[in-house]
Design a protein around this ligand. Structure first.
Ligand code: SF4
Length: 358
């Protein structure tokens, strides 16, 4: 007699703290009740993290170049060599100093995949920026590390060691989108494969780097692709315990080829369903961020659907802005939103060390 899955059995398994497998994950994602999933995810979060606080970070996102040869179909940020820019090391140093004066303690540094930049540019950049006091540099996603490896002819391990020697210790998990080849072939065919993304993250973890894991949904992916993505992350986390957090956002319609293929942008309910699912499925991740991609009202609601962290303030953000989306909030506004939800707003570092509560 064929085995029939029962949603109540899946809920009970989660309540008991048991890990769900891929098949149960797909079944839950397709059939789970939003509010039940939210409650299960919130209960896990309240046990796993300090139930009184919600953390956030004061950071800025600096994009050192918008020239990119990858031409992902969802991206409104990249330009060709003629129309694009590349900031010099001195220009970036000035921007970081300005950000520091505005209370920022972390700089998220990412850029387009600009094949013209020499390897020495990345090393000089890190060496210069890490020497600025009271600022943590969180830089270069796996596709950028891959580009450095190709430019220099060095292995991923050697590139990471070069960056580590210049003072880099944490790496953002950008460029993951959906870690499924079916999806990547369509939305980012020139970017590194899912296996390469996971391999670079693994290598970074083995050398002692802490990294984050990201996901961009709400385009052509199916539930099976989301499971493939999260299962890859969960397996790697079992192996290395190197991911600090999972951060997801939804694809924004904008002046991009992919926008023509997407009929409906992700709704608040879809966002909250997948967010709560991530807290359940990624049972070996400590932190799940509530991102700003659905606006601050949904971000606040996300604190009851598995998220324990409010992410970043992003004093400067250019990638989502290029697609016509911007939702900047001041520290006071973020603190108010968190307090209003019943938690103590608490500043943290990139590696989730508590700085102070507000
Ligand atoms: S998402 Fe990144 S890699 Fe893709 S085109 Fe935009 S800047 Fe380039």
């Amino acid at each position: 007699m064929p085995f029939t899955m029962n949603i109540d059995n899946t809920y009970r398994k989660i309540e008991k703290g048991e890990r769900i497998n891929k098949e149960e994950g797909i079944f839950l994602l397709k059939n789970g009740d939003l509010l039940v999933m939210g409650e299960l995810a919130h209960n896990i979060r309240m046990k796993k993290n300090d139930p009184c606080i919600v953390t956030f970070i004061m950071d800025t996102n600096l994009n050192y170049t918008n020239i990119c040869h990858s031409k992902c179909s969802f991206c409104a940020f990249f330009k060709n060599e003629r129309d694009g820019y590349t900031l010099s090391v001195d220009e970036l140093k000035k921007k970081v100093m300005e950000a520091r004066q505005n209370g920022v303690n972390t700089v998220l540094l990412q850029g387009g995949l600009n094949e013209s930049l020499p390897y020495s540019y990345y090393l000089d950049l890190i060496e210069t920026l890490v020497s600025i006091p009271d600022i943590h540099i969180h830089a270069f996603s796996p596709p950028e590390i891959d580009l450095m490896s190709r430019k220099s002819g060095k292995s991923i391990e050697k590139v990471l060691i070069d960056l580590e020697k210049r003072g880099l210790s944490t790496i953002p998990g950008g460029g993951a989108e959906i870690l499924s080849e079916r999806v990547r072939k369509t939305i980012s065919p020139h970017k590194i494969s899912a296996d390469r993304w996971l391999g670079i993250s693994r290598q970074a973890h083995l050398l002692g780097f802490k990294t984050t894991a990201t996901m961009m949904f709400g385009h052509i992916e199916k539930e099976e692709d989301i499971i493939e993505h999260m299962d890859g992350l969960r397996k790697l986390q079992d192996e290395t315990d190197g991911f600090t957090a999972f951060i997801m956002w939804d694809f924004k319609l904008g002046p991009t080829p992919l926008s023509k293929e997407v009929k409906h942008p992700a709704t608040a309910c879809e966002y909250l369903r997948i967010l709560s699912f991530s807290r359940i499925y990624l049972d070996n991740f400590s932190h799940i961020q509530a991102s700003a991609s659905q606006g601050n009202d949904v971000r606040q609601t996300a604190l009851f659907f598995g998220a324990d962290d409010f992410g970043s303030m992003l004093l400067e953000e250019n990638v989502m802005k290029a697609a016509g989306f911007s939702d900047h909030a001041t520290t006071e506004q973020v603190a108010h939103i968190i307090k209003d939800a019943g938690f103590k707003p608490t500043l943290r570092t990139t590696d989730y060390k508590i700085i102070r509560s507000l």
